[in-house]
Design a protein around this ligand. Structure first.
Ligand code: GLV
Ligand code: MN
Ligand code: MN
Ligand code: MN
Length: 415
């Protein structure tokens, strides 16, 4: 009783609020970057602390803890096995990340199970909490590494060879963290166990604010990708090199940023240059090289492709005008995700008609949706800000999320 009656109502449940706050504060203390936000990158010391926290949460509940061959962490309520109802998200972050993107889904998963156990719910299917490895791709450049490897859409040899900004490969980082990169690869057992996956996530825009709704479900994820744009120039002296003699990669890079912005506006897409590397990065030297990463997204793949074609042309044209060579290479691509209506309708039925929203943000649920029934619950974010320390969700909405997730898990696990 209770959870099924009004699962999405905001609540004044002091006991649940206290439990949420305690668990949240303990997790929030791991890798705290203060005002600059979190930097919880895969296979770093902070990541190992997060993984240890996850394991401790599992063990404190008497759940079976496992790490799969791709570094994803699992906590099982009941015997691990097929046709499981799986929930969870990720614990890693972008540079300068907020507290909610990822962790809210993992904390809510444990608390939803606590709620079901308290209510005496006995699941007929195994129920598991998962923490997917390296969702953000902040360190090695490819997002959702754990779920891509598990489902086989990322080849293990390609994953092992990914490098971070210091030239450390994913394989080396895993070994340094005590994990075995040789085991990476499509995981039939782990995939075969997932009967349904429901990922709860903080909303990363303002749709729920505008709709005055604490909870929503995902309808679709826009196709998106990452492109590395390299401008090869020639280092020289800032004070003695005539403008006409320069091969300066910076002006064509700047022109490309502006061109991308204009193309995105005209095509109805999103284009972001959020990461740049300048070599050698000296004030009084013309740069020899600029590496910049284009993140491009749109409601359909053709629009993303058109945007990238325009940006590539703009980069090449601007580079040619400066005696510079431009090179644009695709580093990752994620096709559109339309969340199947079967599971989504079932969620909507349980939750009593919550809004369905598309999102431009990528998620492990999107990767899994090509292989198993997958769905997402979104929790309202008052400012809509995400990938920033300003990311937020109100405690009442977080509790509504836990109750909604509990109701969904009960419905799925008890048939
Ligand atoms: C991950 O959050 C992404 O969408 O980039
Ligand atoms: Mn994110
Ligand atoms: Mn996320
Ligand atoms: Mn994400």
């Amino acid at each position: 009783p209770g959870i099924m009656e009004d699962p999405v109502a905001g609540g004044q449940d002091d006991q649940a609020a206290g439990r949420f706050a305690r668990m949240w504060d303990e997790l929030a203390a791991i890798g705290d970057g203060g005002a600059r936000g979190y930097r919880r990158f895969a296979w770093t010391a902070v990541d190992l602390e997060l993984r240890a926290w996850f394991r401790a949460q599992a063990e404190a509940r008497g759940m079976t803890w496992e790490r799969d061959r791709n570094g994803n962490e699992w906590a099982w309520w009941g015997t691990p096995g097929p046709d499981a109802v799986v929930t969870g998200s990720h614990l890693d972050s972008v540079p300068g990340g907020g507290a909610f993107d990822g962790p809210l889904g993992v904390v809510s998963a444990f608390l939803a199970i606590d709620l079901l156990r308290e209510r005496g719910v006995v699941p007929e299917r195994p129920v598991a909490v998962v923490d997917f490895s390296d969702e953000e791709g902040a360190r090695f450049g490819v997002a959702c590494v754990g779920s891509r490897l598990l489902t086989g859409v990322l080849a293990p040899e390609d994953a092992r060879a990914l490098r971070d900004a210091d030239g450390v490969t994913l394989a080396e980082a895993m070994r340094a963290a005590g994990a075995d990169p040789a085991a990476l690869g499509r995981d039939e057992q782990a995939l075969g166990r997932i009967g349904a996956f429901v990922e709860l996530h903080v909303e990363q825009g303002r749709a729920l604010v505008d709709l005055d709704a604490p909870i929503g479900v995902a309808s679709a994820i826009w196709p998106h990708g990452r492109w590395r744009c390299t401008f090869h120039g020639r280092a020289d002296h800032a004070g003695t090199t005539r403008l006409s003699d320069r091969h300066d990669p910076m002006p064509p890079f700047a022109a490309t940023v502006l061109a991308a912005r204009e193309s995105a506006r005209r095509l109805g897409a999103l284009a972001t240059f959020g990461k740049v590397g300048v070599d050698p990065n000296g004030t009084n030297a013309i740069a020899s090289r600029v590496d910049a990463w284009l993140d491009a997204r749109a409601p359909d793949a053709a629009t993303v492709r058109a945007l990238v074609a325009e940006v590539t042309r703009a980069a090449e044209d601007a580079a040619a005008g400066h005696g510079v060579r431009a090179e644009v290479t695709e580093e990752s691509w994620t096709p559109v995700v339309e969340f199947g209506t079967g599971l989504r309708d079932r969620l909507a039925g349980v939750l009593g008609g919550v809004p369905a929203l598309p999102t431009g943000a990528g998620h492990d649920a999107g990767i899994l949706s090509a292989h198993v029934p997958a769905a997402m619950l979104f929790v309202r974010n008052p400012s809509g800000v995400s990938h920033s320390p300003a990311e937020h969700a109100e405690p009442g909405d977080c509790l509504a999320g836990v109750r909604a997730l509990a109701a969904v898990l009960a419905d799925l696990a008890c048939r």
